[in-house]
Design a protein around this ligand. Structure first.
Ligand SMILES: [Zn+2]
Length: 442
């Protein structure tokens, strides 16, 4: 009979290689399972081997169990899963923080001119590299991202993400009406270009393709039909679009699709409501729509900094989280959102939750930006928590990097309090280190 330790050592001797390392610090991570528990190990460790998490536990035990491994110690710093951004536009980094307008006018005045520049391949490459570099700087290791109508904008982001081994889902924005002429495709072109890109990139390393109609007003019925057909032909693909972000947009959709009962029904009609379909915003949806989105196993991206910045509306997180089948993740929605930092998004999400739905606590907030987001994107088997078998996407948070947070953190008596202060007062300065699939990249 082997003791547990002997059995563990026997397993270890088979799996430990020279690349095994132990990352020690204050480990905090949501855990998979219906109980939604949080792992909290003040002197914890994550054992990493060949890009994956091999084990997680008390630091002393891990060091005893894996004597061959090197140790990278982060003292009291927080060790959490890499953040996941469910909704961002890399094409909008040059016009982030453009004020004074609501959604539809903001698109016309700021977004479409910025996206026009992606007709140039050099610009695509430069912006893609800027975005992926900033993702890491903000502790984001996975993201679902809109490119532009130009196929090269998709290739540039995939290439850049591949070079950094980031987990990226992106797709060509499809628009064949209600946008400047030079940004329009056609139903057939949207289908063909999306299909080509999907076949070229889906499943390459950590990359996946997202079928991306911008939103119902900029796609004709024929385009939505063809994108629905593409989705049916590729059930493995992600779908991303916008839903009920702003009252004027909702009224416009009612005019454009008078035969549909509501905005969600437009996407349902074309087979675009399903598992791994990620709808940005959903701040003005009815109970009936929420329940149908849940039955369709679809996902919503809560984008608090964007909703507040554009004055779009308030997302009722806690109420929506009760809807059976519905998954909810966190999105930066840059450039309408004002920060790539999930800490900043959680700060705003907390403030919104005080007004609608009920307050978000710090462990729920951490889960929203990690494991809940992974589930919303359908990548929870690989990322979203520090659990054995998952990719070693790990972020080290240092609450000592800004003076106000340092002062507040020194008075925190519990992990929940420390984490909450870090979310309210932290930003990219708080990101002390980032491991992407086990490699230290920052
Ligand atoms: Zn968006």
């Amino acid at each position: 009979m082997f003791t547990t330790l002997e059995r563990r050592r026997q397993n270890v001797s088979q799996s430990v290689t020279t690349t095994t390392k132990i990352i020690t610090g204050h480990v905090v991570s949501p855990l998979s399972g219906a109980d939604r528990e949080t792992l909290d190990l003040e002197r914890g460790a994550v054992v990493v081997c060949d890009g994956r998490i091999l084990d997680v536990g008390e630091a002393r035990t891990m060091i005893d169990d894996y004597p061959e491994a090197s140790v990278e110690s982060y003292g009291d710093r927080l060790i959490i899963p890499g953040f996941i951004d469910c909704h961002a536009h890399y094409s909008q980094m040059a016009m982030i923080a453009s004020p004074g307008l609501q959604l539809l006018e903001w698109l016309d005045n700021f977004t479409f001119p910025a996206e026009s520049e992606f007709a140039d391949a050099g610009h695509c490459a430069e912006m893609a590299d800027f975005f992926t570099t900033q993702m890491i700087a903000h502790g984001v290791t996975s993201a679902c991202v809109y490119a532009t109508v130009h196929p090269e904008s998709v290739r540039a982001l995939f290439r850049s993400a591949k070079s950094k081994n980031l987990r990226i889902m992106t797709g060509k924005v499809c628009m064949d009406r209600h946008a400047p002429e030079h940004l329009l495709d056609t139903p057939e072109l949207a289908y063909e270009q999306s299909r080509e890109l999907l076949e070229e990139w889906h499943g390459v390393g950590r990359l996946e393709y997202a079928i991306t109609p911008r939103f119902a007003p900029t796609s004709s019925v024929r385009q939505l039909e063809l994108l629905g057909q593409l989705a049916q032909e590729h059930p493995e693909a992600v779908i991303q679009t916008h839903l009920s972000e702003n009252p004027a947009e909702c009224a416009w959709v009612s005019e454009l699709f008078p035969e549909e009962a509501d905005y969600t029904a437009v996407y349902e009609r074309f087979g675009l409501v399903r598992k791994r379909a990620v709808f940005g915003h959903a701040t003005h949806v009815s109970d009936s729509e929420l329940s149908r989105l849940g039955s369709g196993q679809a996902s919503l991206a809560h984008c608090p900094t964007s909703n507040l910045f554009l004055g779009s509306g308030l997302f009722t997180l806690k109420k929506n989280a009760q809807i059976a089948g519905l998954k909810i993740g966190l999105g930066s929605d840059v450039g309408a959102g004002t920060s790539l930092s999930p800490l900043v998004s959680l700060n705003e999400a907390y403030k919104v939750s005080r007004s609608v739905g009920g307050p978000l606590d710090s462990f729920e907030a951490l889960r929203l930006a990690t494991l809940d987001s992974a589930e919303a994107l359908g990548i929870e088997d690989s990322v979203g928590s520090l659990e054995a078998g998952k990719d070693a996407d790990v972020v080290i948070l240092d609450p000592e990097t800004n003076p106000v947070l340092r002062m507040r953190a020194s008075h925190a008596k519990t992990t929940a309090e420390l984490l909450f202060a870090t979310m309210m007062l932290g930003d990219d300065r708080t990101i002390h280190g980032v491991y992407v699939a086990g490699s230290k990249t920052r």
